[in-house]
Design a protein around this ligand. Sequence first.
Ligand SMILES: [Zn+2]
Length: 185
Amino acid sequence: MTVEAELGVLAGVEDEVQAEESHYTKPEEVIDFATRTGCDSLAISIGTSHGAYKFKPEQCTRDPKTGKLIPPPLAFDVLHAIEEKLPGFPIVLHGSSSVPQDEVDTINAHGGKLPDAVGIPEEQLREASKSAVCKINIDSDSRLAMTAAIRKYFDEHPEHFDPRQYLKPARENMQKMYAVRDRSR
Ligand SMILES: [Zn+2]
């Protein structure tokens, strides 16, 4: 068994634990924490957030062309300070879904209501993956991919009610999303 521990506070909800605000992981605490807990990997807080609404509109700027929110950048200085404290130690990012806007648009086009859902830009995740970050959690992206496919399916096949029918495109859409991520590393 391996243990992954989280130090610092991510905004959002995870396993029934909710936080309004995020607090970056303090680099000066990570050696003591990793040593005393004996954890195998460390999830840190550098501005990622659990859920599909990672940032409030007032934390973001808005793309004048598309009207979509542009989130604040991740705290790479904190990440690099942690890397220096724990050379070679596996770092994990929770709450790092990119919240693909095509999936959000599909959901909204088929009866959903996710205005201003926003995630971590993929180029920042790609940048983070070049560091000690060895795992990036993207659960919300799977949920969005699945929900988008099911909403679209229900809209197009209102007569269907068998999960074996609508879970098929839902799974396929999730697989497609993971395959794209894997290729874009
Ligand atoms: Zn977490």
